[in-house]
Design a protein around this ligand. Structure first.
Ligand code: ADP
Length: 334
């Protein structure tokens, strides 16, 4: 019977077999199942699956694998890094004017989406009042950069953040208009978001050029519009809806913030800004109404303390989680 002299699996020389095992073990210790190893003709080829790793982690792993294989005796080491492209969905949070709670909603929506199982990042593009570093309890922490690509700042809530407020002082950010602001905002979105699959984008309030440029350039999957119940705010909200229509971005729905005031002493709920206006406007405009967040002192004090209600179990957490569940379901349909 014809038999191959060397079946190919076992190297011909014992010392070669020992070296092969040593190299394979060294690579596996570092990269586990991520590595596919092929040793042939004195050459060691390693394909590393870097899916889900940040650019920094990816290049660190590549360097470490190369060094370990060489230390273990391999002479001609070639490492190829591959990664599945992460499908990332952007959710823009917008309002027609400032002070309606857009940043508060963005922070809580990001945390609630993350608790719902998404890998969420938060971009604070609000040049007029970048408040996310305070809301997310990372005030004063600046992001690092590698090859001019920013590394998002981790927050205590599992949602990494990049904010205009981390790049420049708030009063200087205000002076940034037009192309300069658009350039800086681009750096935030095009940062090293690694395995993040959902990016919540806290847009500057209003419906000017900066907002339109961002929306056209980054094409969010959808937009959440925040409004207070006042007529005036709703007119502004309609302008925001118009902006997304123009850019061909679907509106996920409208959130009514500061709806009804619950007196902290007697519990009586009053409606300083009227009630039901936002829901009626949403119906009129044919967009979904995602829910209302009450005006409570607890929301303001928790936000000021860098403890977003959605991260806790307080009475206001449920409203944010309910809105996030609808946004999550909407995104899954895309
Ligand atoms: P915007 O981003 O639209 O300018 P913010 O989210 O910064 O608005 O909110 C403005 C102020 O209103 C902040 O002090 C915030 O804590 C407070 N605020 C927002 N929503 C509520 C709410 N539902 N109840 C109480 N205070 C709120």
């Amino acid at each position: 019977m014809w038999r191959r002299k060397n079946s190919g699996k076992q190297p011909r020389w014992p010392y070669l077999a020992a070296m092969t095992d040593k190299v394979t073990d060294a690579i596996r210790r570092l990269a586990g199942d991520r590595a596919t190893i092929r040793m042939e003709g004195g050459r060691t080829g390693v394909v590393l699956d870097a899916t889900g790793l940040s650019a920094t982690a990816r290049s660190d792993l590549e360097t470490a694998v190369r060094a370990a294989a060489t230390d273990a005796g391999a002479s001609d080491v070639r490492v190829v890094v591959t990664a599945e492209r992460t499908r990332r969905q952007l959710v823009a949070v917008a309002s027609g004017k400032g002070g309606v709670g857009k940043s508060t909603l963005s922070a809580n929506l990001a945390i609630a989406l993350s608790r719902a199982g998404r890998r969420v990042g938060l971009v604070d593009a609000d040049i007029y009042g970048p408040s996310q570093p305070r809301l997310m309890k990372v005030e004063g922490t600046r992001p690092t950069a590698k090859d001019k690509v920013l590394d998002p700042v981790p927050t205590p809530y599992g949602v990494p953040l990049l904010s205009m407020g981390q790049l420049v002082d708030a009063d200087r950010a205000l002076a940034w208009r037009g192309p300069m602001a658009a350039g800086a905002l681009g750096q935030l979105v095009e940062a090293d978001w690694g395995a993040t699959d959902t990016l919540v984008l806290d847009l500057p309030p209003g419906t000017g050029d900066v907002q339109l440029t961002m929306v056209q350039k980054y094409k969010p999957a959808g937009a959440v519009i925040v409004s207070t119940p006042q007529d005036l705010a709703l007119i502004d909200a309609m302008r925001a809806i118009d902006l997304f229509d123009k850019a061909g971005i679907p509106v996920i729905g409208l959130v009514e913030n500061m709806a009804g005031y619950a007196c902290p002493h007697c519990g009586e709920v009053s409606d300083p800004f009227g009630s039901g206006g936002a829901e009626a406007a949403a119906t009129r405009l044919g967009i979904p109404f995602l829910g209302r967040i009450p005006l409570t002192i607890a929301i303001r004090t928790a936000s000021d303390a860098g403890e977003p209600p959605a991260a806790g179990n307080g009475p206001d957490a449920a409203a944010f989680h309910d809105i996030a569940a609808q946004v999550d379901a909407w995104l899954k349909e895309r």
